[in-house]
Design a protein around this ligand. Structure first.
Ligand SMILES: *[C@@H]1O[C@H](CO)[C@@H](O)[C@H](O)[C@H]1NC(C)=O
Ligand SMILES: *[C@@H]1O[C@H](CO)[C@@H](O)[C@H](O)[C@H]1NC(C)=O
Ligand SMILES: *[C@@H]1O[C@H](CO)[C@@H](O)[C@H](O)[C@H]1NC(C)=O
Ligand SMILES: *[C@@H]1O[C@H](CO)[C@@H](O)[C@H](O)[C@H]1NC(C)=O
Ligand SMILES: *[C@@H]1O[C@H](CO)[C@@H](O)[C@H](O)[C@H]1NC(C)=O
Ligand SMILES: *[C@@H]1O[C@H](CO)[C@@H](O)[C@H](O)[C@H]1NC(C)=O
Length: 875
């Protein structure tokens, strides 16, 4: 335990617990308790996602802007400023006379929709002024959202909050024609107090968003793209993010759990308040309290003056704690603390805090230990879009991504480079993923003209404090990221601004280290000195064809700090596309004669070609294995994403993903699975074996496998049995000459047969093979079925180059939300029901309507092929 971070925080011992504000209505959960409690409804948290009206404007319709609204918006961050707070200016706020904020404005011609909503994802592509980097979709402009909210008389005795989990960007909110406040950073969650402007009956809510051109390096999305809630509480209530759980001592026999509860009194009189908390086991499927109570915190009473907030701290011991840890060797066990606040004999608030108990040790020489077990960090970086759904948050779409990553052996996620949806961490807690929770892509120096540097001076403190308070109780969170490839990383301000941010983090959470992704900072830089974990982007494995590794210099200059590859590889590929000749190197820089096809805008899926800064997975693995003190890596990226289509800027989406934009696995998936699930018997051959134009030509065959030996057979004839070489991570037969027929590989581990794979030359497209990932879905207007259509030959084998045009149609209470095929240069709009297959596959995403029950039949047609269908059941 020589790590300086450990020494600095040994008092906290890095033993962490976590909580989260449940997304279910608090009263509903409380009613599920086996023990009765008073009060009808003491806290309501209602989603107000349904029935909004929306309009987008490409020229300013209202003469407003952030600079005009700013003085009224700044006070919305006050709870997260430790120093001089902003006063709301006196007088009439700007915008109160804009027609869209008024109740009598007729919005019936505006689009009717539910949020989460991404106004840009429906396209069309090639939106004026939007770069390839930003995804070519119309995310710019001003968007107005309107909705009415009905409040009953008893509600007016409550404190009423609007909670927005995320809106892109520069939110400004009016209620009944009064500017309430807002929040500019589109990735943060925020709360506004509606109470002063609320009235009985119909209340008109109006939200203005604005997205500049050149505001992001990737597709930012646009609109109210996460959930929105109305929260009604009694004047005495647990404050926003008002509980904090830590677990300073953990052994097999017992865990000490500390809980701080912040209780706010917005009423007009001082109150004598009692706070009690019981700890339940959490249900592993739902995360809800099971009713099995394992501990009770001592009850505490205190008097809280009107307008004041008090923090009430207590501690309890849990015997034989069920620890939280990453599968497959550990289990992500969770607890829920249910806090009851009473005044006199009545319960005024019930508040749930989900948390986990685990130890994390960040060791400079051994890497990461979770509950004492060494866990190699097998992570991916991911942007926030959900493929053809855009950025509109959908829990099932994220869960599907997590399932695919879990199947690959992923145990860690980096939320590159921004605050995720709250549900992201909730899911990560349940999957047992370790999260590198990241905040900023830039500080004061811009990367693009209209990025966060415009906000840094005013908002870095409230954004950072609110982010940490929101997320600090999730057991999944293992590190706080304060920056990615920050332009200041090589200057003195890398140290001063880095320290300013780190001090804020430490003042909010002492239990996790602060890190950042450094692509050029040196080991002795002021920036590197400030960080608790040294995060290297690409420098560790050596950029491009360079074999210089920055790991040794960081390890010697920062001998007490853990090092990981905060970003690695950046290898590029297009699913199912193979380009010849194939480099004999283990990593190459992509180019016209090196793995790239400029006219088709595609990169070869031999998984060897990277941009100038990147490296193949193989080269990264070698770098990690040659420096075994390195804790692991976060691959750029798990999934393809909209925007940043390096190396073909004219495309719509990236080539970086291990999995394509539709969620189809590239060959690379198996290269990672072979390493990350070394005990899972698997062999995977590439390329496909349909090359009529290549008869007699050298067509290299590569095999990804967790085996240590492999023999390839070409039409039954051995092409040689090979042992895996030191620092090699694939089996290669680079001189195979193509002939139609069959490739078959037999692999061995420790001399015993391990796994096999076969690739055959297939016949012409004959059928459509349709598969739904789930045929039973909830009729709640949110749940999704992901439907894959494979173009297959007469034997049912996928036709690897098939690009048949497929059309989906639906009957029953559901909707085709979007289609995709993972082709980065396909500009067919995402909602289109027709799309060409790409490398034999096409995807359709289907949602059941709210209130739906019964059968939904999804049919597919394609010229020249028999139609087929799949039946879903909504309930
Ligand atoms: C709102 O506008 C629509 C469409 O122009 C019109 O049909 C409707 O009568 C209007 N409603 C009111 C209350 O004026
Ligand atoms: C609270 O409950 C106790 C016990 O039931 C009762 O004696 C007391 O009068 C109650 N107090 C109030 C203020 O209702
Ligand atoms: C707030 O500022 C005061 C005075 O500088 C400092 O003592 C305190 O630790 C700070 N609190 C937080 C949470 O940063
Ligand atoms: C590049 O793509 C074009 C268009 O799809 C194709 O005709 C050509 O054969 C490809 N070139 C290589 C080297 O694969
Ligand atoms: C065809 O569909 C079946 C049933 O859904 C599925 O198990 C199989 O993997 C599919 N085949 C291909 C080549 O996609
Ligand atoms: C695919 O089929 C649809 C529906 O018939 C048609 O509108 C579209 O133009 C076709 N696309 C291609 C590339 O043929």
């Amino acid at each position: 335990m020589s790590n300086s971070f450990l020494m600095r925080y040994s008092a906290c011992a890095l033993l962490i617990a976590s909580l989260l504000l449940s997304v279910i209505p608090q009263h509903a959960a409380a009613q599920a308790l086996k023990e009765p409690h008073h009060a009808a409804i003491d806290r309501e948290r209602i989603d107000i996602n349904a029935n909004w009206r929306f309009s987008r404007f490409t020229t300013n319709p209202d003469s407003l802007s952030y600079s005009v609204l700013k003085d009224w918006i700044l006070p919305s961050g006050n709870l997260f400023i430790n120093g001089t707070k902003h006063n709301r200016p006196s007088g009439t706020p700007p915008g109160n006379n804009v027609q869209y904020v008024k109740a009598d404005f007729n919005d019936s011609t505006w689009e009717a929709l539910n949020v989460p909503h991404d106004w840009a994802v429906k396209g069309p592509f090639n939106a004026p002024g939007i770069s390839g980097g930003m995804g070519r979709l119309p995310s710019n402009g001003i968007g107005w959202y309107r909705k009415t909210v009905t409040l009953a008389k008893p509600d007016l005795e409550k404190t009423i909050f609007l909670d927005i989990d995320g809106a892109m960007s520069y939110s400004a909110v009016w209620l009944n024609g009064n500017l309430v406040g807002g929040w500019p950073y589109g990735y943060n969650s925020f709360r506004l107090d509606l109470t002063p402007y609320a009235k009985e009956g119909t209340n008109q809510l109006a939200i203005r968003l604005e997205n500049a051109l050149d505001s992001s390096r990737w597709y930012p999305g646009a609109g109210i793209y996460r959930n929105v809630w109305l929260v009604k509480v009694n004047p005495v209530h647990v404050r926003q993010y008002g509980t904090y759980v830590t677990t300073p001592q953990i052994s097999a026999q017992s865990a000490t759990v500390n809980l701080a509860v912040e209780v706010e009194n917005t009423g007009s009189a001082s109150q004598q308040v009692n706070v009690r908390t019981k700890v339940h086991l959490a249900d592993s499927a739902t995360g809800k309290p099971t009713g099995v109570i394992v501990a009770k915190f001592p009850s505490k009473s205190t008097s809280i003056a009107k307008g004041a907030t008090q923090s009430i701290s207590t501690s309890v011991t849990i015997d034989n704690p069920r620890l939280w840890g990453p599968p497959p060797t550990q289990k992500p066990n969770l607890y829920v603390a249910v806090t009851t606040v009473t005044v006199g004999n009545s319960t005024v608030d019930t508040y749930e805090t989900r948390f986990g108990i685990r130890t994390l040790t960040y060791d400079a020489n051994k890497g990461l230990l979770v509950n004492g077990e060494h866990i190699r960090v097998q992570g991916t970086c991911n942007h926030h879009d959900l493929g053809s759904l855009g950025t509109a948050f959908n829990i099932r779409a994220l869960e599907r991504q997590f399932q695919i990553l879990e199947e690959m052996g992923t145990n860690a996620l980096r939320t590159s480079h921004n605050i995720p949806a709250p549900e992201f961490l909730e899911l990560a807690d349940r999957f047992g993923f370790l999260v590198y929770d990241e905040m900023f892509d830039c500080w004061k120096t811009q990367k693009v003209a209209n990025d966060y540097h415009l906000l840094f001076d005013d908002w870095s403190e409230p954004d950072l404090r609110s982010f940490i308070r929101r997320d600090r109780n999730h057991p999944s969170v293992m590190a706080w990221g304060i920056g990615n490839e920050i332009p200041e990383q090589n200057s003195a301000s890398g140290g001063t601004i880095g320290k300013y941010l780190r001090d804020i983090v430490v003042s909010e959470d002492l239990t996790r280290p602060v890190t950042a992704g450094m692509d050029s900072a040196k080991a002795t830089s002021a920036f590197a000195n400030v960080l608790d974990i040294e995060g290297l982007n690409y420098q560790g494995e050596g950029r491009g064809t360079s074999t210089d590794s920055a790991f040794p210099s960081f390890h010697s200059a920062q001998p007490n700090k853990m090092i990981w590859s905060s970003e690695s590889s950046s290898v590029l590929s297009t699913r199912g596309t193979y380009i010849f000749p194939v480099t004999s190197a283990n990593s190459a820089i992509v180019g016209a004669a090196s793995g790239g096809n400029d006219s088709a805008s595609q990169v070869s899926a031999y998984e060897l070609y990277a941009p100038s800064w990147g490296a193949s997975p193989d080269k990264v693995f070698e770098g990690q294995d040659r420096h075994d003190y390195v804790a692991g890596e976060f691959v750029w990226t798990g999934f393809d994403y909209i925007g940043e289509p390096t190396p073909y800027d004219k495309s719509r989406s990236s080539y970086f993903g291990i999995v394509d934009l539709a969620g189809f696995k590239k060959d690379r998936f198996y290269l990672y699975q072979a390493r990350w699930r070394a005990d899972f018997p698997m062999a995977h051959i590439l390329p496909h074996w349909n090359w009529p134009d290549r008869v007699g030509q050298v067509t290299p065959v590569h095999v990804f496998s967790s085996a240590d030996e492999a023999e390839l057979f070409v039409n039954g004839k051995s092409a040689g049995r090979k042992k895996v070489a030191e620092y090699a991570y694939r089996f290669r037969w680079d001189d195979v000459k193509y002939e139609a027929g069959e490739l078959h590989v037999v692999t061995y581990k420790n001399g015993k047969e391990w796994a096999t794979d076969t690739k055959k030359t297939v016949g012409a497209a004959a059928k459509l093979n349709i598969t739904a990932d789930r045929t039973n879905i909830a009729g709640d207007g949110n749940d999704l079925s992901f439907i894959t259509v494979a173009v297959v030959d007469g034997n049912g084998d996928i036709v690897p180059q098939a690009n048949n045009n497929v059309t989906f149609s639906i009957t029953g209470p559901g909707k085709i939300v979007s289609t995709d095929n993972g082709n980065p240069s396909d500009f067919t709009v995402f909602p289109s029901p027709s799309r060409q297959a790409f490398s034999g596959l096409v995807l359709s995403i289907v949602r059941a309507n709210a209130g739906a029950s019964g059968n939904i039949v999804v049919s597919v047609t394609s010229p020249g092929l028999p139609s087929t269908s799949v039946t879903l059941h909504a309930s």
